[in-house]
Design a binder for this molecule. Structure first.
Ligand SMILES: [Zn+2]
Length: 313
């Protein structure tokens, strides 16, 4: 069996960007070229989007919001907020990313690779129950966590989000739940403004949101210290049946939006640590999704190291 699953869903045509927008197809150009090399076809098993029902999205999003995305028919490009563009084909494009993630989960619980990476766009972790924001349309990782609970007879899903921005949407969707643990490392204060240490869940969900707000300038050493320390302890205590990763690479030192100083080696180290935890806690089941990351060279460095880490190489 190939070591990891890999979905490639760049949506160059179906989610093309306004000029100069950071969330543009070209951000992935270098890494997509690299992934054509034979070593990656030896290492990875391709994951296709698969066929899933749109009603799965309604488990975390309001149907009215999904209908708004699905029926968006303006010619050219429209906006959900000043940052977040979409076209008439963007909803279908976004669903392809979500369905690829669900397929990665089905493979992890079936006879496929336990570890997978979904390399797609647009990202998802900022999208709330009823509105998209921050370049995100569908909250893929939230849909996926709920799907795994509903369809694989499991009890607990952990979401680790190391995008440089806090995943406000994911946090809020599961804020009062004790069956989904949300852990985020992010620059703070920073967009979108949420993610303080005091935000730790409510009601049954108290203690099931764990935020690590970090200053600009944070580097590999500080982040790996958190992942190997407090984050690992919390994951061990939670005993997840599946680890999902919101893998944003906008913390790379080259990234134009973020203020962290992470390197490819840093992303390798945290990925490798998460893979080891998945091996220890949930039969190696770890499914990772691309969130942010806007520099082509930074993405090449980060994503190839992430894939290497997921594969345990
Ligand atoms: Zn981000």
């Amino acid at each position: 069996m190939k070591q990891i699953g890999l979905a490639i869903v760049p949506n160059e045509k179906d989610h093309s960007s306004p000029p100069e927008h950071p969330e543009r197809p070209g951000k992935l150009a270098l890494v997509l070229d690299e992934l054509k090399k034979p070593k990656y076809s030896e290492l990875t098993q391709p994951i296709k989007p698969g066929t899933y029902d749109e009603t799965l999205l309604h488990r975390v999003h309001k149907p009215e919001y999904i209908r708004r995305l699905a029926t968006f028919s303006e010619s050219g490009i429209g906006y959900l907020d000043p940052d977040t563009y979409l076209s008439s084909t963007s909803f279908g494009a976004s669903c392809k990313v979500t369905w690829s993630l669900l397929n990665g989960i089905d493979l992890a619980f079936g006879d496929g690779p336990a570890a997978s990476f979904i390399l797609g766009r647009p990202p998802g972790h900022h999208t709330e129950v009823d509105h998209g924001m921050g370049f995100c349309l569908v909250n893929h990782i939230a849909v996926a966590a709920q799907y795994a609970l509903d369809h694989h007879k499991i009890e607990r899903v952990a979401i680790v989000d190391f995008d440089i921005h806090h995943g406000n949407g994911t946090q809020h969707i599961f804020y009062d739940r004790d069956d989904i643990l949300y852990i985020s490392t992010h620059q703070y204060p920073f967009y979108p403004g949420t993610g303080s240490e005091q935000e730790c869940g409510q009601d049954a969900g108290e203690g099931f949101t764990l935020n690590f707000p970090l200053p600009a300038g944070t580097g590999d050493k500080e982040l790996t210290h958190i992942v190997n320390g407090k984050m690992s302890s919390r994951l061990r205590k939670f005993e997840p049946d599946l680890i999902l990763v919101s893998a944003g690479f906008d913390g790379h030192y080259r990234d134009p939006l973020g203020g962290f100083r992470l390197t490819g080696q840093g992303f390798y180290d945290i990925t490798r640590a998460l893979r080891e935890l998945a091996g220890e806690l949930c039969d190696g089941r770890i499914v990772s999704l691309l969130e942010g990351g806007y520099d082509p060279d930074g993405n090449l460095d980060s994503i190839t190291n992430h894939i290497r880490g997921l594969a345990g190489l």
